[in-house]
Design a protein around this ligand. Structure first.
Ligand code: ADP
Ligand code: MG
Length: 690
């Protein structure tokens, strides 16, 4: 960002000292700077300032020697009586000290601070005493006449091997002194209401406190960070959603025929989502929409109808699935209901068949295609792609999502996900997209009764499964996937397969991620067709096996799964008309948090609630296994604690950008500084673009 880009009376160079390298701080050489960078995750002054202490040691409790409590932190004012040098190299130096209440000892096994402890001197000493009023290696010794030298409230920064607090103390103080006079970017009414300090003051309160910092200090900085991110998001949203695109209205004929072929009416949730999508398609802007719907909510039908709208309008439509298996499954679904031919393009389609499909896509004779990543590879070109639907897809970043739309002339993009995305992540990672929530499920779906069982009761669970099989039920038995050791996982699944086969014979199947794809597909097909009725599997089934007859699911070591994936798994049963059950088996020694998590899953079927909770428990970074590149995590804000602030920031940002889209007003000007501090370059791109 060069200052000229600011076009504002507040020069960006104001912040320049904060972006100087750490080595520009006195006493910080290359080696220390490297250590610091490891701990603070950056190599500039601002990174040090944003490296907030995790706690503060309060040394203000001053007591008499006689009142010290063993093991507790105390600060005493004492007189140095005498020094007792060690008798031999292994013994410590002992310094006898006293006050009006009695005597004690300061004990030094290593170098002792001789200059600080001349006999007769009055000193302030802070540290922990034992029962005998011995303080081994006190934390601080300062002359009694200079109490200001004692860090009464001492910040504890997160450190790394080889880096000590004393490495940070002076550089942090110098960094604080470099803080320029910055305009306030927050609404004064908000600051008053929350009782928040200013930006620089908050940093001082945390890094160099004179009193324990009020919670408002960190919250204010968290809000700074969140607001900067949300303002950038709001700009991106404006930019992305304003992109010109095709108007794909259609006349409804293909859709009507497809619905007739499907044979059921749309659910109200499907109607609502489809109305939003349909309006987007018909509008002359590029659609970028996320369709969120729980497993089994009927997203596929919505996607098919959207694709047919594009086809009615004379364009092509493509559906991209993350796996071969899912692509084939979607292909079958589409073939059943779409009144036009549907091509399938995956890595497994090769030779002449592949060439024919590529040709059909290029000359436009193929109007509908389902596939995997193969669809977006070099050499695949479309005559006129109008709509790209991406299923179960949370592994792409913003730019990639846009690029997929680029296969056509600004094709509309619909992303479907069965992972209910926590609201916080929608705001931070999907904020450029319009969101449709597919609520409710097709009638006839039974809620899945979920129960918790200790693995110690495994025999009873096996009996329950036996009874279910006798009733004719089809059962999934899921063994956990512990990524550190695929081999062990496999062993566990294979062993369970042997045990259950011994008991239930040939009706048991096995499917896992390391099988030959053909073998696995056959195992899944056997189960789908009812040739096997108990399927032992690792989480390969998570990604979309649709066997409506399956009505029982057993999950071993459920405590090892995230809540969201467990909920996904559970969605594999309860798809038919039958009463369905999910048995979550957990280790006998289940911790309190783990128990609460599983209980939540037992007690609710609301995927959105589960996702929000999972987010809170696991933190924002990895709910979807997707910390996105180029998107640093929060440094000051905390996903668990600050969710409320995030939603506040989102509203605040939306209003700000709506009222002052050029950030030209006084607050807008100040917000530019904020964006600069938090390096939200994307926002400036949009501002410059117009
Ligand atoms: P999702 O992809 O959201 O997990 P699917 O699209 O696979 O859900 O739909 C789940 C099941 O519900 C499928 O068997 C599908 O045929 C059925 N289904 C979808 N919509 C309806 C509807 N409106 N009425 C009846 N059944 C439906
Ligand atoms: Mg699906």
């Amino acid at each position: 960002m060069s200052p000229s880009n600011f076009a504002s009376p507040i020069p960006a160079s104001l912040c320049a000292p904060l972006f100087a390298p750490l080595t520009s701080l006195r006493g910080v050489g290359e080696a220390v700077a490297r250590l610091m960078a490891r701990a603070i995750g950056g190599s500039r002054v601002i990174d040090l300032l944003f490296h907030l202490p995790e706690s503060w040691i309060d040394r203000r409790a001053r007591v008499a020697l006689a009142e010290t409590v063993a093991g507790e932190l105390a600060t005493v004012q004492v007189r140095v009586e005498r020094v007792e040098p060690p008798g031999n190299a292994r013994q410590p130096t002992r310094v006898v000290v006293g006050d009006a209440s009695g005597f004690g000892e300061l004990v030094f096994f290593r170098r002792w601070p001789e200059k600080r402890l001349p006999p007769g001197e009055e000193v302030l000493v802070s540290g922990r005493c034992d029962e005998a009023r011995r303080m081994v290696h006190p934390d601080y010794i300062v002359p009694a006449g200079h109490p200001e030298q004692m860090p009464w409230i001492e910040p504890v920064w997160p450190l790394t091997a080889g880096l000590f607090a004393w490495h940070l103390r002076k550089p942090v103080a110098e960094a604080l002194s470099r803080l320029p006079e910055l305009p306030e970017w927050h609404d004064p009414a908000l600051l008053r209401r929350e009782g928040w300090p200013g930006f620089a003051e908050a940093l001082r309160m945390l890094h160099a406190p004179e009193a324990p910092p009020p919670p408002g200090a960190r919250r204010r900085l968290a809000y700074d960070e969140l607001l900067a991110g949300q303002v950038a998001m709001a700009f991106m949203r404006r930019r992305v959603r304003g992109r010109p695109g095709r108007a794909l209205a259609g006349d409804g004929t293909l859709r009507a025929r497809a619905l007739a072929a499907f044979g059921h009416a749309l659910t109200p949730g499907q109607e609502a989502a489809l109305a939003e999508i349909s309006a987007d398609l018909a509008a002359p802007r590029q659609m970028l929409r996320l369709l969120q719907g729980d497993v089994g909510s009927g997203k596929t039908l919505v996607a098919v109808l959207a694709m047919l709208q594009a086809v009615e309008a004379g364009a092509q439509a493509a559906l991209m699935a993350p796996t071969e298996l899912l692509a084939r499954q979607h292909h079958r679904t589409l073939e059943k209901i779409a009144p036009v031919e549907v091509a399938l393009l995956t890595g497994a389609v090769t030779g002449k068949a592949r060439a024919a499909i590529l040709e059909g896509l290029a000359d436009g004779t193929i109007r509908l295609v389902v596939g995997t990543h193969a669809l977006v590879q070099e050499g695949v070109s479309f005559a006129d792609l109008g709509l790209a639907v991406i299923d179960e897809q949370h592994r792409f970043g913003v730019e990639q999502r846009l690029r997929l739309g680029g296969k056509g002339t600004r094709a509309d993009v619909l992303v479907m996900t069965a992972t209910p995305i926590p609201r916080s992540l929608l705001l931070t990672q999907w904020g450029e997209m319009a969101i449709s929530r597919l609520e409710g499920k097709p009638a006839g779906r039974q809620p899945v009764r979920t129960t918790l069982h200790s693995l110690a009761n495994l025999p009873e669970v096996v009996e329950a499964v036996a009874r279910a099989l006798e009733r004719g039920a089809r059962v999934y038995w899921v063994c956990p996937m512990v990524t550190e050791s695929e081999v062990l996982d496999l062993a566990a699944a294979e062993e369970r397969f042997r045990d259950l086969s011994a008991r239930f014979g040939a009706q048991v199947g096995l499917a896992h991620g390391r099988q030959d794809p053909e073998v696995r597909a056959a195992a899944l097909a056997d189960f789908a067709a009812g040739r096997t009725r108990l399927l032992v599997a690792t989480t390969v089934i998570e990604v979309g096996v649709d066997v409506p007859e399956a009505s029982v699911m057993v999950v071993e070591h459920a405590e090892r799964f995230g809540l969201a994936p467990l909920h996904q798994l559970r969605g594999r049963v309860g798809r038919g008309g039958e009463a369905s059950y999910c048995l979550l088996l957990h280790t006998a020694e289940l911790g309190e948090t783990a128990r609460r998590r599983l209980a939540l899953l037992r007690d609710t079927d609301d995927g959105f609630r589960i996702a929000d909770e999972d987010f809170r428990i696991r933190g924002g970074g990895d709910v979807l296994g997707t910390r996105q590149a180029g998107q640093p995590g929060w440094r000051l804000a905390d996903p668990g604690q600050d969710e409320g602030l995030l939603h506040m920031a989102a509203r605040d940002a939306e209003l700000l950008v709506e009222h002052d889209p050029k950030l030209a007003g006084p607050r807008g000007q100040a917000v530019r500084v904020l964006l600069h501090l938090f390096e939200q370059r994307e926002a400036f791109k949009t501002l410059r673009a117009g």
